[in-house]
Design a protein around this ligand. Structure first.
Ligand code: SF4
Length: 428
């Protein structure tokens, strides 16, 4: 949705509308809602997400707890005038949300509509595993209000899919994609992973070609990360798997940038490309450091100047939600807890200094960068002043640049983004 007061980014190639200072002030009063669905058919070898195989038997209880938590979150997030808070986007992530029935997705969306003022044109995304998608339910899921599907395709190479522990085949990606289109989904995203051990540039380019041939509206490309605690980590430690070196990974990334640009996709974030008008509104909330509430086992939120996360194990989460609701019922004064979640396991108050640094770091992930007027209006401080010498150094090294009121990473800065981000964090 566009707005006449929006500002146009200076980068003509991806000229898109971004919120100006006034709109940002209004957006700070809204939320993006993430719902975590922690079930998977099998655990992929590289995955360290809060997801569990073999626990589908808890699905009904989990959905009931999540529904109750949504209602509680909506009550606690009400505006001062008692009205429900506006919610702009919903994201069913996981785990594997497509393991829920269409009826369960509809039930959770109905709870969101009861508890929050959900925009009529809200972007509602559901992640789907091509190997765990009930094609016959796609119509019902869409009718319930899901209008964007994000599929974890990961590769079109069957050997690599098996190596990753994925349960789907390349053909199933295509079948799932066509089923989504047939059900009327006009906003479909595909995720892929590159720099996989044993993956050659030719294999990677073949995956990209097959992805482009499908014509998705959005693509996310992630460099494989070896996370501690995963089977992959153990293999690398033992020496049975060798990680792809940085230069090869960089070559794959650059090849993807070039190929996707030729195919008409605009890169708008370090790992994300979209056809014009199909950037992910939910994820833009994270990168613009606007408030979000993440509900469900292990959900994370940034809201009211606090970052908080929820209990991770599924059974413990369900029990915590039940306890919180029971204690709210018997306490005449109501709960002292004001944060909109029922199973909080950890919390942190975000200082203004840290929030400014995070706004800069996250904003620089975007190709549009950070808008200087918006930053100054949000924090009452000039961007360059806020980071002083730390930024001057990055500018001298030509890792960041300023153009027409925006600061962004240079192409070289984009290749060493983590180094840039680390320098923006406050000391200590
Ligand atoms: S399907 Fe996704 S969440 Fe589930 S184990 Fe695989 S990578 Fe992890």
């Amino acid at each position: 949705m566009t707005h006449p007061a929006s500002v146009i980014t200076p980068h003509s190639a991806e000229a898109r509308l971004a919120p100006d200072a006034r709109e940002t002030r209004a957006l700070l009063e809204t939320v993006a809602l993430y719902l975590h669905i922690p079930f998977c058919h099998a655990k992929c070898h590289y995955c360290d997400f809060n997801s569990y195989a073999g626990m589908l038997g808890l699905r009904e209880e989990y959905v009931a707890a999540l529904r109750d938590e949504i209602l509680l979150a909506g009550r606690r997030a009400r505006l001062a005038n008692g009205k429900p808070r506006r919610c702009r986007t919903v994201f069913f992530g996981g785990g594997t949300p497509s393991l829920l029935t269409a009826g369960q997705i509809a039930e959770l969306l109905a709870a969101i509509r009861d508890a929050f003022a959900l925009d009529p044109d809200a972007e509602v995304t559901m992640e789907a595993n091509p190997g765990a998608l009930e094609y016959s339910q796609l119509d019902t899921v869409r009718a319930a209000g899901v209008n964007r599907l994000s599929m974890g395709a990961q590769s079109f190479d069957s050997a690599l899919l098996r190596w990753m522990g994925r349960i789907h085949s390349p053909d199933e990606i295509e079948t799932a994609f066509h089923a989504a289109r047939a059900a009327g989904f006009t906003n479909v995203s595909l995720d892929f992973i590159f720099a996989l051990p044993g993956q050659t540039q030719a294999v990677w380019l073949d995956t990209l070609e097959r992805a482009i041939a499908l014509g998705p509206d959005h693509l996310s490309l992630y460099n494989l990360i070896v996370e501690e605690g995963t089977p992959l980590f153990t293999w690398v430690q033992r020496g049975s798997v060798r990680e792809v070196d940085e230069d090869t990974a960089a070559d794959m990334y650059e090849a993807a940038q070039e190929r996707l640009a030729r195919a008409g996709y605009l890169q708008y974030e370090i790992s994300n490309w979209a056809r014009p008008g199909h950037a992910c509104a939910h994820n833009l909330t994270y990168w613009r450091n606007l408030p979000w509430i993440g509900l469900g086992a292990g959900g994370a939120s940034f809201y009211a100047g606090q970052r908080f996360t929820e209990t991770r194990p599924i059974r413990a989460y369900i029990a915590r939600v039940r306890d919180t609701l029971a204690s709210e019922k018997i306490s005449l004064e109501g709960s002292e807890e004001t944060l909109p979640a029922a199973a909080i396991a950890s919390r942190e108050t975000i200082s203004r200094e840290l929030e400014m640094a995070e706004t800069a770091m996250l904003g620089l992930r975007l190709n549009e960068g950070v808008n200087l007027d918006v930053f100054a209006a949000r924090y009452g401080m000039d961007f360059w002043e806020a980071f002083g010498e730390r930024l001057a150094e990055l500018r001298a090294l030509e890792l960041i640049e300023e153009a027409a009121g925006w600061v962004r990473l240079t192409p070289h800065g984009r290749m060493v983004g983590n180094e840039v981000f680390a320098r923006l964090l406050p000391d200590g």
